[in-house]
Design a binder for this molecule. Sequence first.
Ligand code: NAD
Length: 317
Amino acid sequence: MRILVTGGAGFIGSHLCEALLRQGHAVSIIDELNDFYSPALKRLNLEGIRKLGAVEFLEGDICDGERAYEFLKRNPPDAVVHLAARAGVRPSLQQPFLYERTNVLGTLTLLENCRRLGITKFVFASSSSIYGVSNNVPFREDDPNCLPISIYAATKLAGEKLCYTYSHLYAIRTVCLRFFTVFGPRQRPDLAIRKFTEMIDAGKPIPVFGDGSSGRDYTFVADTVQGILGALRYECGFDIFNLGNSAPVKLTEMIAAIEKAVGRKAVIDWQPDQPGDVPITFADISKAREKLGYAPGTPFEAGIVKFVEWFRTARSI
Ligand code: NAD
């Protein structure tokens, strides 16, 4: 199969492209290599992918529908994994229109291209943040009260709705995957685990928002990729799955795990809660286990050890 991975030069996308090539699939990538974090890191990710096989690559914006259409028409994919997005809760409050453009218009533009090109399999990267401040923990996919409390989360929920509409109108078989804080080698530099590791290692104080009791259902990137591969194989009209670890970790526990792996104590700079942040994410993954064969196999501490090992080799970049 040929798979288009939008955002394939990013953190999760680069791991997915490598896994697809290892399985013998052909891979196309659309990525604009924007400067949300260093484009040099994304180019490095692309280099790593190309070591495993040739890829068709368009350096461009998914919102530029005609350019993407011409690119895809030359070698149409059998399936799309749509990862390209503006990610991150806090920056979405600073740039709401940019988030809306990329995550909503971008998703719509891509779905339109699927319709035009007759591509009938679509996997969409959604987010645990769409559950908002839900009291129904662990979060289940059939929760009727998804009330996002950040612009980012609202754009992801809008993306899911567009996916449903296109699956209904044009029989595009679609799976929405709600990722829960993904971590591991090549993690985005804006995410807490990576930032904290860098700062603890350098002996700098880390800003900790809230009282440290907030919980995140951190998921190791290889497990997320395994879930995406399961979604590509899964046959349905439209469906939604949580891809978490189902074992939330408190912020203080996360810091302790990094301290242990780095071998240095953190200096903590306590800060008030941030708007848009939710107190806990916690995935019920029974549906994904049953239907996608999803089986996260990396406990949090083991994942942190792997992350820090990678961090030590990547630090010089
Ligand atoms: P990332 O920023 O590393 O990757 C996203 C990639 O998309 C980047 O390479 C970027 O250049 C590209 N991109 C952004 N806007 C684009 C545009 N308009 N046109 C073309 N390319 C564009 O992020 P990631 O952590 O790998 O996240 C991948 C997906 O998973 C995103 O949709 C994100 O919202 C979702 N997600 C991630 C997490 C997580 O913890 N990392 C959690 C929930 C959901």
